[in-house]
Design a protein around this ligand. Structure first.
Ligand code: SF4
Length: 177
């Protein structure tokens, strides 16, 4: 049987949701027989190609995040939002309380990073946007909330998807023990 092709991305995030996927431990061995990973921070393959399942961690907080989210959405049949940042915006939305200029000054002109305190002006620096959950920019098919989501919740969702069902997580599986 052909393996289900999965691609993942992290946008404005801490990588904790991908770490939680690795916390699947021995369940990963069973999943590896059914899934194959394309582009992902796990494989370090940089470009998306057509796939069955896209998984995104993190909120959309700048123009580059938006491009990546739309690119993966265009390449996958089902898109799963992984973690509170992707599902709701998460802790990153606190940034929406401040102006872009204040945020950039804080990023680049702190005591530890400053060389004269200038904010870089390179055109390669992605333009900040309001911090948004995925579903304000792209269509999302299923959600696995949590910060980070429990490995068991991720396993439940992947198992449901492999069975051809869109996962709806029961409440008890989302509580951190
Ligand atoms: Fe990190 Fe939590 Fe956001 Fe996941 S939901 S990227 S663990 S802050």
């Amino acid at each position: 049987m052909a393996k289900v092709k999965v691609q993942t991305a992290w946008l404005d995030s801490c990588a904790g949701c991908h770490m939680s996927m690795l916390d699947l431990d021995e369940a990963l061995i069973g999943l590896a027989e059914k899934l194959e990973f394309g582009s992902s921070p796990i494989t370090d393959i940089k470009h998306f190609s057509p796939c069955d399942l896209g998984i995104i961690e993190g909120s959309i907080s700048n123009e580059h995040d938006e491009e990546v989210a739309k690119d993966l959405r265009a390449n996958c049949k089902i898109l799963l939002a992984l973690g509170d940042c992707a599902c709701f915006g998460g802790i990153n939305t606190m940034r929406n309380l401040f102006s872009d200029q204040d945020i950039l000054s804080r990023y680049y002109a702190t005591e530890s990073t400053s060389k004269g305190g200038a904010v870089p002006t390179s055109p390669e620096l992605p333009k900040l946007t309001k911090v948004r959950p995925l579903n304000q920019v792209i269509k999302v098919d299923c959600y696995v909330p949590g910060c980070p989501p429990k490995a068991g919740a991720i396993l439940y969702a992947l198992t449901e998807l492999l069975e051809g069902r869109i996962p709806v997580l029961p409440g008890e599986i989302m509580r951190f023990d």
